[in-house]
Design a protein around this ligand. Sequence first.
Ligand SMILES: *Cc1c(COP(=O)(O)O)cnc(C)c1O
Length: 344
Amino acid sequence: MTAPIIDLRSDTVTRPTPAMREAMFRAELGDDVFGEDPTVNALEERMAALFGHEAAVFCPSGTMTNQVAIHVHTRPGDEVICEEGAHVYRYEGGGMMATSGCSVKHVPADRGRFTAEAVVAAVNDRNAAYLANSRLVVVENTVNRGGGAIWPLADVGRVRAACDAQDLRLHLDGARLFNAMAVDGTAPAQWGALFHSISICLSKGLGAPAGSVLIGPGPFIHQARRVRKRLGGGMRQAGLLAAAGLHALDHHVARLPDDHRRARRIGEAVRAHPAVEEVMPVETNIVIYTLRTGHSAIDHVADIAAGGIRCMAIGPRQVRMVTHLDVDDAATDRVLERLRSMAG
Ligand SMILES: *Cc1c(COP(=O)(O)O)cnc(C)c1O
């Protein structure tokens, strides 16, 4: 018998567990566009309460929660301040520009984390009629392109203070915020207090098949519901998916440190590989590394794949591996063996 494929390309590849499918099967359902799906309502209320906000809205994807948030915070012609590798800028189909008509200003960052000073420096002169209106700052935690780097809460507090002083809104792309909280012990309400809106993905480390939640003040979420509908994100008996999300909150948060421990083991094995020049510090469930000059990420990924292990080339010499619910200790051992055998 051949061993099953180990898929480290992303934490989005997980399949719902039997217990999660059972929860989905049992979910009470209604038409959510009428506000009548009790399971969606329960998920939205729970997430709002958890983060200390008034309301929340369930969306099919994290791209939609982010883009809906950006749309509600801005007007066409406004400028959004974010980091160059930010998911909202790089991986959401140009949504900020196309859907919201915003321009973007990038701030310098350390693995995706920027300073309050950098935000202040990026704000356009309010008196200059020829400049775009700086309106919104987006923080990503953990930082996907930053190898799962965690933002210190205190640094975000400084960014928020700068936003208040500069009349800017602050949105959190918290696709993997639960990974960050599992490491630094911060609580959802602490993040809730610092942001005007928060997007949380249930389909990443939490292991739901789909779904993200946008959290914020009541009037903001009311507007967000309209934009979600306009973009085609009004799902009907969406409680099927919300039930998976609720199950994930109950059962898949406490286990996130297992993913982090396995990612660290993979990170150490990668560091020992002779073709590897540099590994980003492994803080959560993402391992990003750069190969030495003369090595190609695509060839390296193909080499690993010959051992039944999938990972992703994210640059000419850059490779990403992500641990998740479907990668256990035995699978981690196999990844380590494969890397060692390639090193020989
Ligand atoms: C995955 C991800 C999202 C949302 O992506 P979807 O695939 O649309 O759910 C947003 N931000 C970050 C940082 C992500 O990694």
